[in-house]
Design a protein around this ligand. Structure first.
Ligand SMILES: [Fe+2]
Length: 250
C-alpha cells in the first residue's frame, strides 16, 4: 500500500492518499477544495491514478475537494450511502466496501459526530489502520452539538466499533489542531481524556455538554456545499477564506 498523510493547514484537516502498489489505483480520503492541486501533485509524483475520492461525513469546517477532483481527473466520488447524495457516483456502507485496485476499504458506521458519519478500515499484511474522521480524534473526539450529533451515540460508536479493533491498530483522524499525526487504539483506550476505557457514558455526556464550543464559523457555507460534493461556486470558497480560522473539533 502506498500512503501519504497530507495536511490542509487552515482547517487542520488531514487528507489521506491511499494507493494500491500493484495496480497504481488510488483514493483521496477527505480531500479539501483548496488543496486539490497539491493532492494531485502527490498522486502524479507517486505514479498513481486517482480512481476515487471518499469522505467520512458531510463536513462543517471546510469544503470537500471531491467535485473539483472529479472535474480535474474523471475520478469517481464515493460517499457513505446513508448520506444519500445525488452527486455521489459510488456509495459505501458496512455491506459495500470500496475496492481500490487490490485494496479493500471497509466502512464502519460510526454516528454521533454526525448521524451518518463513517470510519474506514484497511487490513493489510497483518496490520490494521482506521481512518476515524471526526468520530475519534487523538486525545479527543468530534463535537456532537450540530448535524444531528449525539454524545451517547458517539460513545457507543467509539466503544463498540472503534475500540473493538485490534489494540495496535493505527488511528488516523481527520483533524489534529496540535500537529499530532497518528495514534493507536490502545493509546486512545488508555489516555483519551474523554473516551478512555474508564470513562462512563454519563461522564462523557457531561464532558460533551459542558464543552461550550462556539458556533461553527463555516457551517452555513460548508454544509450546503458539501451536500453537493463540493460542487460550489467560487464565491463560496472565497467566502470561507474571508471567514477564516479553524472550527475546533470538526
Ligand atoms: Fe466534522
Amino acid at each position: 500500500m502506498i500512503f501519504r498523510q497530507l495536511v490542509e493547514p487552515e482547517s487542520s484537516t488531514y487528507t489521506y492518499l491511499i494507493g494500491c502498489e500493484n495496480t497504481g489505483k488510488a483514493v483521496l480520503l477527505d480531500p479539501v477544495i483548496e488543496t486539490c492541486d497539491r493532492d494531485m501533485e502527490a498522486v502524479t509524483a507517486l505514479g498513481l491514478t486517482l480512481s476515487f475520492t471518499l469522505d467520512t461525513h458531510i463536513h462543517a469546517d471546510h469544503i470537500t475537494g471531491a467535485c473539483r477532483l472529479r472535474s480535474l481527473t474523471g475520478c469517481k466520488v464515493a460517499y457513505p450511502a446513508d448520506d444519500n447524495l445525488s452527486c455521489a457516483d459510488v456509495e459505501v456502507s458496512e455491506e459495500a466496501p470500496l475496492s481500490v485496485g487490490e485494496l479493500t476499504i471497509r466502512a464502519l458506521f460510526t454516528p454521533g459526530h454526525t448521524d451518518k458519519h463513517h470510519s474506514y478500515v484497511i487490513e493489510q499484511g497483518g496490520h490494521t489502520q482506521v481512518f476515524t474522521g471526526d468520530a475519534l480524534l487523538i486525545d479527543g473526539c468530534g463535537r456532537t452539538d450540530f448535524q444531528n450529533g449525539d454524545s451517547a451515540t458517539l460513545y457507543k460508536s467509539v466503544r463498540e466499533k472503534l475500540f473493538a479493533l485490534p489494540e495496535d491498530t493505527l488511528v488516523y483522524p481527520a483533524h489534529d489542531y496540535s500537529g499530532r499525526r497518528v495514534s493507536t487504539i490502545m493509546q486512545e483506550r488508555t489516555r483519551n481524556p474523554r473516551l478512555n476505557d474508564e470513562i462512563s457514558l454519563s461522564e462523557f455526556q457531561r464532558i460533551m455538554a459542558e464543552l461550550d464550543l462556539p458556533y461553527p464559523k463555516k457551517i452555513d457555507v460548508a454544509v450546503p456545499a458539501n451536500s453537493k460534493c463540493g460542487d460550489c461556486v467560487e464565491e463560496a470558497v472565497e467566502h470561507l477564506h474571508k471567514i477564516g480560522g479553524k472550527s475546533p473539533q470538526g
